[in-house]
Design a binder for this molecule. Structure first.
Ligand SMILES: [Zn+2]
Length: 134
C-alpha cells in the first residue's frame, strides 16, 4: 500500500479497507488474543508497517521476545511514527500507542522493557504488516 495513498475519511471506508479483525484493533482499540499473531516469531530483518496506512512503525532490530504473547519492541522506527496518550481504562492506567499517520490503535507501551530503552511496546500483530528487506 503506497504511503501516498489517501487515508479513508469515514469509518465506512475504513471497514472496506481493513479486515474485520484489523478494524477491531485499529479503529476500535481492540486487543487480539495473546499468542495468536503470526508475527510473534518473525526473526527476519525487515520493517513492521501500519496495517492501516503503510507507515513504517518498527524495525526488526528493535523486536524482542517478551513472553507476553504479543509482538514487542524496544522503540519505534522513528519518534514521529507513533503517538502516545493516557488510557485510563478498566485495566488501570496505561499508555496507548497509536499510528501518528492514520490515528490507528496499535497497542500500549510499558516501562518494564529491557535496556537500552527500558521500554516495551506491546503491539497487536493485526495492526502490523511485516515487510521483509533491508
Ligand atoms: Zn497508520
Amino acid at each position: 500500500m503506497s504511503e501516498q495513498e489517501r487515508l479513508p475519511e469515514t469509518e465506512a471506508e475504513w471497514r472496506e479497507r481493513l479486515t474485520d479483525d484489523e478494524y477491531h484493533i485499529l479503529r476500535e482499540a481492540g486487543t487480539e488474543p495473546r499468542n495468536t499473531s503470526d508475527l510473534l516469531h518473525v526473526e527476519a530483518d525487515g520493517t513492521f508497517r501500519c496495517a492501516g496506512c503503510g507507515q513504517e512503525l518498527f524495525e526488526s532490530d528493535a523486536k524482542f521476545e517478551s513472553g507476553t504473547g504479543w509482538p514487542s519492541f524496544l522503540e519505534p522506527a522513528a519518534e514521529a511514527a507513533v503517538d502516545t496518550q493516557p488510557d485510563d481504562g478498566l485495566l488501570g492506567a496505561r499508555t496507548e500507542v497509536l499510528c501518528r499517520n492514520c490515528g490507528g490503535h496499535l497497542g500500549h507501551v510499558f516501562d518494564d522493557g529491557p535496556q537500552p530503552t527500558g521500554l516495551r511496546y506491546c503491539i497487536n500483530g493485526l495492526a502490523l504488516d511485516f515487510d521483509p528487506g533491508e
